[in-house]
Design a protein around this ligand. Sequence first.
Ligand SMILES: Nc1ncnc2c1ncn2[C@@H]1O[C@H](COP(=O)(O)OP(=O)(O)O)[C@@H](O)[C@H]1O
Ligand SMILES: [Mg+2]
Length: 266
Amino acid sequence: MPLIALVSAKGSPGVSTAALAFTLTWPAPTLMAECDPAGGDLLAGYLAKYELPPDRGVLPLATSAIRGHAEQDLPGQLIDLDAPRQQRMVLPGINDPGQAASLAPGWDRLGEFFSILPTTVIADCGRLCVPHAPIALLARASLVLMVVNPKSIRTLSPAVPAIARLRREVPHTEGPDSNLGLLLVGDGIAPREITRNLQVPVVARLSWDPATAAALNGEGKGRTRGPLMRSALAAHKSVQTALSARRTAQTAIALRDTDSLPVVTR
Ligand SMILES: Nc1ncnc2c1ncn2[C@@H]1O[C@H](COP(=O)(O)OP(=O)(O)O)[C@@H](O)[C@H]1O
Ligand SMILES: [Mg+2]
């Protein structure tokens, strides 16, 4: 099943909120992996009622992935959001940004592991502008969604250098088989205009819904059924369309490359 990575350029456009909304609304099974090197948010927010031993989550799993036994170790690292069904799971992130350096050598193997799991993995990768950003994990993703607030040129402009960096450092982030797309949070500049300027397709848009967002962040008493959740579910279809368009482009490129191979005659 696909690995969908969510990142932002800088600021807080709503990456973690989007990742949780997807995990809760998309057809199960889903797994939200908190891969933000600045630290995970869920255990202090939406999952505040859970007390997890500090040695659980993405950091020990990264070590397991490097040693080649992530599969056996995964179940013990997860929280079941939908207990006891185990259909919507969370892999908690680090709780101290100081641990990011220990996590970094595991990004590639973690990404590889996530991309072969029989569940949709939604990775909250946080901001790109922090030390030890999970670039190697992004390279393994079926789709990298850069989360942006489309309100104004000011909120959009940090995406320009971030996209340039991704295109320098992550393979397949441009061209017909690109894995890079935009996820808009809220309203503002028209998607077509944004795509024209950033040269990245808008894959989906989430509603601006402070009450539901607060509930997903463990604040307030808002119900988790508002417009944000409806738009998160609708985004699933758009993501599937983007994934299948990418697969078609990959197949076309593979066929073209096969056709251009020299014919060997004996
Ligand atoms: N769709 C949304 N509508 C309204 N407020 C939102 C939305 N998404 C996020 N927020 C709010 O924005 C703030 C940052 O959200 P968060 O998801 O933690 O951002 P990030 O992970 O990008 O730092 C939080 O206060 C959250 O409630
Ligand atoms: Mg976050």
